[in-house]
Each structure stands twice: as structure tokens, then as C-alpha cells.
Design a protein around this ligand. Structure first.
Ligand code: NAI
Length: 410
């Protein structure tokens, strides 16, 4: 399949040292105009680089606001080579007919591995022994040091990460309990807990894998912590506001809980040289990590492939599956002469107007797909038509009032 615009001329702007796996994916697909920058761009520099870009790939530091998006007149799609999309004004992008893609799950395994490692270290009481050695001490004892085998791990939030943690924990011979607000497919021998309280009471290790929602804010407070068994340990690599850290600090200082591993915090430093503050600092039985649960080289490679793959699919066949804040259309392979992609203002009569334009061209419609989201609609029409007539039809659709973006693929 060919785009109406030669791939070799499509400018792909990749900022912030986006993984090489992404560059390779674009090259392999025939894209030659790839401009890479090791760092983020801002202000005039960003606008200048974005002005003639068809695809922009960023990580978390580049701010693509309405102004930058407005200046990028040729922009077709944005890729966030990371998990979040807060750095992009996705509403402004949608209103310009530009889908935004990200990689929400490429680091799932990385988080799960860290959690399992922490569970083992906490059950063995390694953090305090490690600290004692660093101070020139020697805390050799088997007291309170336990194997993971045969212990119960309670997974709160049995989603992408929670299920992976469950699978890995079973491989260590652990019993896996989970608690989720949605019905879930249970993998392996995992068992649903009798509510959150039941899970907290029964688990030697409690690990949190819920999203940030109003319901999960403060999900684990004083009462929940006191429901945990004596010597149990808590791991949080989900979101910082899920656990009341002052209450946790009190339970850890008293020695009632065995330890904790915390990767995410209610307030996190914006940069590596900014100071970090937490009520858990200085507690020997706590593992503190700077939100690195998903930060591995493998995850970066995976993110590069995943986001580049989504951008290529949209560029080459129009699919917007898993786009953020954009109508999602999952398309089969194109077999017709031409595929017409039309992003427009979501208002009554648009589909009729599009079909009238197509009808007037005498092209036969083989298939049509429509999705709308809030103020934007996306219609994809496969038609049997010759290339020249297809280009003409594409031009007519582009001139239709209410059109935000329109492309033709052959
Ligand atoms: P997911 O969306 O696949 O799974 C979340 C699960 O939590 C779902 O099954 C959902 O039904 C459940 N849930 C929602 N509200 C709940 C509640 N009130 N009580 C119990 N269960 C509830 O998400 P995924 O990918 O597994 O990520 C989990 C968390 O991990 C997210 O908060 C994400 O931001 C965080 N994360 C942290 C990373 C790190 O570097 N530490 C890296 C990647 C993700």
C-alpha cells in the first residue's frame, strides 16, 4: 500500500532521544526523512522543527501545547514514547484532527520484576541488614527472615501489572490473592480475596497496582494498614497518593509492619537534582526508589517499537486503535483501490455530506467505518477507484466544510 504522499518525503521529528528501535521501525517501513534530537525542544526551536513535520515523537518533557500544534500545519500524528500524555494538549490535537499515541503497557514486565525482587528482599529483612552493614554493623540473624515460597501475596488492582506480578509470584511458590473492582480473568491458581480487608488480613506481602482515581486516593490509610497482619510488608509502585505515608511511617517505626518498598510519592521532584522529601526517609526497613518501576532499557526498546508501530499503522492504513482522546477505528487491511480518511467536526449531516461527495465521483463504496468522540468524527471509506480519480476525490473531501484533516491511501 502507498500513501498519497511518498513515505520518503514524510518528515518524522523524534525528540528527547526516543529509542533507536523507533528509528529502525520507521526506516524499515521506508521513511527516510527522520530528524532526531537527543534533548527536548521548546519555544521557537520547537516551533521551527515542528512546522514542516508530519509526525512528531516526544517523551515526557516536550510540551506540545495548542500554539505548537497550531504552528505544525502538516502534522498528521503525535507519538508520546512514554506512558503519560499530559505533556500534549490532546483536545487541541483532536480538534486539529491529529491523533496522539502512547505506550501504556510496554513497561508492565519491568514493574512486575521490581515488585517481585522487593517482595523477596522485604521478606528476608534485607533493607535493615543492608543499612546496618553500611554503618559498619553486623546484623546476622535468621529472626524474622522468611522465604517467599508458601507465603501469600495480595495484589490490589489485578490489571496488566497485577496479573504479571501474580504469574511471577506463583513461579516462586507463593499463594496469590487479588482484589479488583472489576470482574477479572484469573490466571493460574490466583484466588479472589474476600474484599480489600480480607486481602489485607491474609497477605504476607501486599502490593498495589491500581490507577489514580478518586476512589484509589488514600485507599491504604491508617485503618487499612492496621488490618494488615503483624510483620506483613507493603509495596507501592502504582501511584503516589494511594497510600497515606504518614500512617505507614508510624506503623513502620513501631515495628508492627515488617517493611515497605515505595516507588511512587504524592509529590515527586521534577528533576534529578531537585530535593526529595518523604516521611519515610531514614527508616531502615523501607526501600525507596525514585519512580523507576517501569524504567528499564528493555521497556524503552518496547516503547519505541510500540509507539512507532501505532504511528506507522495510522500513517499507512489509518487505524487509530488505542489513540488517546481521539475516535478509535481499527481497520482491516485495505484491499480496495483507495482508502479515504476523513477527520471532521462532529456535527449532524457530516456523513451524508461525505457520501454525497463520494457518490458524485461515481466511486463504489466497498466499506465504511465511522467513530466519533466528543467534537470530532473520523470516517474511513474504502472505494474502488483509479489513482487519479481518487486524488481528485480526496481534494473534494478536503474542501468539504467542517473538514479537519483528510488523506487518501492507495
Ligand atoms: P491497569 O489499568 O491495567 O490495571 C489497574 C487495575 O486496577 C484494573 O484491573 C482496575 O479494574 C483496578 N482498579 C481500579 N480501581 C480500583 C480500586 N479502587 N480497587 C481495586 N482495583 C481497582 O493498570 P496497570 O498498567 O496495571 O498499572 C497499574 C498502576 O501502575 C497505574 O497506577 C500506573 O500508573 C502504575 N505504573 C507505575 C509505574 C512505575 O514506574 N512505578 C510504571 C507503569 C505503571
Amino acid at each position: 500500500m502507498k500513501t498519497s504522499f511518498p513515505r520518503a518525503e514524510i518528515k518524522v521529528l523524534l525528540l528527547e532521544g526516543v529509542a533507536e528501535s523507533a528509528v529502525e521501525a520507521f526506516r524499515a517501513a521506508g521513511y527516510e526523512r527522520i530528524e532526531t534530537h537527543g534533548g527536548a525542544l521548546a519555544g521557537e526551536d520547537l516551533v521551527a522543527a515542528a512546522r514542516d513535520a508530519h509526525v512528531i515523537g516526544i517523551r515526557s518533557r516536550t510540551q506540545l501545547d495548542a500554539e505548537v500544534l497550531g504552528a505544525a500545519k502538516k502534522l498528521v500524528a503525535v507519538g508520546c514514547f512514554c506512558i503519560g500524555t499530559n505533556q500534549v494538549d490532546t483536545v487541541a490535537a483532536r480538534r486539529r484532527g491529529v491523533p496522539v499515541f502512547n505506550a501504556p503497557y510496554s513497561n508492565t514486565r519491568s514493574v512486575a520484576e521490581l515488585v517481585i525482587a522487593e517482595a523477596i528482599l522485604l521478606l528476608r529483612r534485607v533493607p535493615e541488614k543492608h543499612m546496618a552493614c553500611h554503618r559498619g554493623g553486623w546484623a546476622k540473624t535468621a529472626l524474622g527472615s522468611r522465604e517467599a515460597r508458601g507465603k501469600t501475596i495480595g495484589v490490589v488492582g489485578y490489571g496488566h501489572i497485577g496479573t504479571q506480578v501474580g504469574v511471577l509470584a506463583e513461579m516462586l511458590g507463593m499463594r496469590v490473592l487479588y482484589y479488583d473492582i472489576e470482574p477479572k480473568l484469573e490466571l493460574g491458581n490466583v484466588e479472589a480475596a474476600a474484599g480489600l480487608r480480607g486481602l489485607l488480613r491474609e497477605s504476607d506481602v501486599v502490593t498495589l497496582h491500581v490507577p489514580a482515581t478518586p476512589e484509589t486516593e488514600g485507599l491504604i490509610g491508617r485503618e487499612e494498614l492496621s488490618a494488615m497482619g503483624d510483620g506483613a510488608v507493603l509495596i507501592n509502585a502504582s501511584r503516589g497518593n494511594v497510600v497515606d505515608l504518614d500512617a505507614l511511617s508510624a506503623e513502620l517505626k513501631s515495628g508492627r509492619l515488617g517493611g515497605a518498598a515505595i516507588d511512587v510519592f504524592p509529590t515527586e521532584p521534577k528533576a534529578n537534582d531537585a530535593p526529595f522529601e518523604s516521611p519515610l526517609i531514614g527508616l531502615d526497613n523501607v526501600l525507596l526508589t525514585p519512580h523507576v518501576g517501569g524504567s528499564t532499557e528493555e521497556a524503552q526498546v518496547g516503547i519505541g517499537r510500540e509507539v512507532a508501530g501505532k504511528l506507522l499503522r495510522y500513517s499507512d492504513d489509518g487505524s487509530t486503535l488505542s489513540a488517546v482522546g481521539f475516535p478509535e477505528v481499527n481497520l482491516p487491511r485495505q484491499t480496495s483501490g483507495a482508502r479515504l480518511l476523513h477527520v471532521h467536526e462532529n456535527r449532524p449531516g457530516m456523513l451524508m455530506a461525505i457520501n454525497e461527495v463520494i457518490g458524485a465521483s461515481e466511486a463504489n463504496i466497498d466499506a465504511q467505518y465511522l467513530r466519533t468522540l466528543d467534537d470530532v468524527g473520523y470516517v474511513v471509506t474504502d472505494v474502488s477507484i483509479e489513482r487519479e480519480a481518487g486524488l481528485e476525490l480526496g481534494g473534494a473531501l478536503r474542501r468539504l466544510p467542517g473538514t479537519l484533516r483528510s488523506r487518501v491511501l492507495f
